[in-house]
Design a protein around this ligand. Structure first.
Ligand code: NOJ
Length: 561
């Protein structure tokens, strides 16, 4: 048998009792503010709506932290990821006073609030950019990335933007091009300019000083680019990753020079040093899918970088036991000593789990998400098994799609269905005023109807979140992938703390199968509702069944134990 992979092998066992490590034992909820709940009846989710939902999040679902989504002043061409004032709340989302109230009320319920930090680019309406573009000699000219065309009049380089087309936009008044890695209305800041860094560090201090419990850092891997701005190599035709849903242009080249420059890690360390001024605050870095060793580098030397870099490879891995196992083994093998991972299987930019996997396997995914040795991050609505919703072109909001022909992310972002009231309880506005239409199946798939149904997706999530909160092994135990006496359709692993052990077996197909277990115990969770009092050495798994087995003390037959 191969040596099992262990999370944090050789390190002190991770524990919530370690000062500042609340996030190791937490379940994080991505609420994606505009879609979650509208508190003032204008048709758009907002901070008041989030306050109104805290009872659901704490008492019903039982999560520990909420990642809000951006709510800063913005023209809202990219959902608020185009910031025109980092220190103000966009009126459609609320006010600073409401944000402060959110912190007070969330903290009173034991919920942490993680806000977005969007350091890579601003809106083209940000006063810094308006000054920068005003003349070649403006003191803020170098706050953004400006270049002349090449001597032959062509673009400064060949880089393609995530929103499609070139990253370069000509600004006629000064005759130079500015760089935008996303929309042309989102110019990239020049992080090689120390004044830019200082200004962005003050933004961090502002929100953490107000009491936010951490930041989710937007495209952290894009802050530092090749200083020479060399051309990216072209990609072989057909080599584009189908799970990577950017604009088709984006996949035509290997993004070697427009991101992930080694200097990025110096910046991560600086950001972390600022965050460390606020005890217990967490840094979660959004970084694209990359080799595991590169992902691990975001933890920084001596863990002085990000607390939790997102492992996007998992979202992009096809749903097969062998492939998922290989990725997870890669993750744990690369995990630096003493570090702890975060995991998400869906987010506001990607196809929803229930659409990608189907409803039965989406339940299996719930078990995976909530039983790995990693902090789970759950997208709003995934607890209901919500699927992508077709949004008619006339109602689409995602400018990446409507303006530049990219893949629309609107189908993933439709409003949270709460109940059977008008607009599924999301908003009291006229349905025509909703920022996106509610789901066509909201009458069946909503919080209230699922609460009344013990076999619902929400009930499964409730059980799993509760179990994770109380079971020592799940919350911060080691992970060991079970030797593959399992059929290829099954992903199986053990979670073990000093006092406690659980085995998880996931049938990732709709064919029933059997698995030989290293230990016997009782099935305490089954995605098909088939909990069994006790298991023998052979466990039959139904179609699309994922189970959590509480191992009976002294019943280990695992050779490593
Ligand atoms: C990543 C965010 O998740 C995405 O929604 C956004 O469009 C880009 N960053 C640009 O900020």
């Amino acid at each position: 048998m191969t040596r099992p992979m262990s999370a944090g092998a050789g390190a002190a066992p991770p524990s919530d009792s370690v000062a500042g490590a609340w996030w190791r034992g937490a379940v994080i909820y991505e609420c994606h503010l505009p879609s979650f709940r509208d508190g003032n009846g204008d048709g758009v989710g907002d901070l008041q709506g989030l306050i109104d939902s805290l009872g659901y999040l704490s008492d019903i679902l039982g999560v520990d932290a909420v990642w809000t989504g951006p709510f800063y002043a913005s023209p809202l061409l990219d959902q608020g990821f185009d910031v025109s004032d980092y220190l103000q709340v966009e009126p459609v989302f609320g006010t600073l006073e409401i944000f402060d109230r959110l912190l007070t009320e969330a903290h009173a319920r034991g919920i942490k609030i993680i806000v977005d930090y969007i350091p890579s680019h601003t809106s083209d309406q940000h006063p810094w950019f308006l000054e920068s573009r005003s003349s070649l000699t403006n003191p803020r000219r170098d706050w953004y990335v400006w270049r002349d065309s090449k001597p032959d009049g062509s673009l400064p380089n060949n880089w393609t933007s995530e929103a499609g087309g070139s990253v370069w936009e000509l600004d006629p008044p000064t005759g130079q091009y500015y760089l935008h890695s996303h929309l042309k209305e989102q110019p990239d800041l020049n992080w090689r300019n120390p004044q830019v860094r200082d200004a962005l560090f003050e933004v961090l201090r502002y929100w953490l000083g107000r009491g936010a419990d951490g930041v989710r850092i937007d495209v952290a891997h894009m802050l530092m680019k090749d200083p020479e701005l060399r051309d990216n190599p072209e990609v072989a035709a057909g080599a584009h990753n189908p799970y990577d849903l950017q604009h088709p242009d984006f996949g035509t080249q290997i993004h070697l020079y427009d991101r992930r420059h080694p200097d990025t890690h110096q910046v991560m360390t600086q950001i972390r040093a600022i965050v460390d001024e606020y005890p217990d605050a967490v840094t979660i870095a959004e970084i694209e899918a990359m080799p595991w060793a590169d992902w691990a580098a975001y933890y920084g030397a001596d863990l002085g970088g990000m607390h939790l870099p997102f492992p996007f490879r998992l979202i992009e891995t096809p749903w097969r036991a062998d492939l998922l196992r290989a990725e997870l083994e890669g993750l744990y093998a690369a995990l630096p000593t003493g570090a702890w991972p975060i995991v998400a299987l869906g987010n506001h930019d990607r196809m929803r789990l229930a659409t990608r996997l189907g409803p039965a396997q989406a339940r299996v995914a719930a078990v995976l998400l909530l039983t790995l040795a990693a902090t789970p991050c759950l997208l709003y609505g995934d607890e209901l098994g919500m699927a992508d919703q077709p949004v008619p072109l006339s109602q689409q909001r995602d400018y990446f799609a409507t303006a530049t022909g990219g893949v629309s992310r609107d189908p993933t972002r439709t409003p949270m269905p709460w109940n059977n009231d008008v607009n599924a309880g999301f908003s009291t506005a006229d349905p025509a005023q909703l920022w996106l239409p509610t789901a066509h199946d909201a009458a069946e798939i909503n919080v209230d109807s699922q609460l009344a149904e013990p076999a619902s997706s929400l009930s499964l999530y409730q059980t799993l979140v509760r179990l994770r909160g109380t079971a020592d092994a799940l919350r911060h135990g080691d992970i060991t992938f079970l030797p593959c006496a399992c059929p290829p359709s099954v992903l199986a692993y053990e979670r073990r703390s000093e006092s406690h052990s659980m085995v998880i077996a996931l049938n990732l197909t709709s064919e029933p199968t059997s698995v030989t277990l290293p230990s016997t115990g009782s099935v305490v969770v089954s995605t098909t509702g088939a909990c069994r009092g006790s298991t023998g050495a052979t466990l039959h798994l139904g179609a699309d069944e994922g189970v959590v087995i509480e191992v009976k003390e002294g019943m280990h037959s695992h050779e490593d134990h």
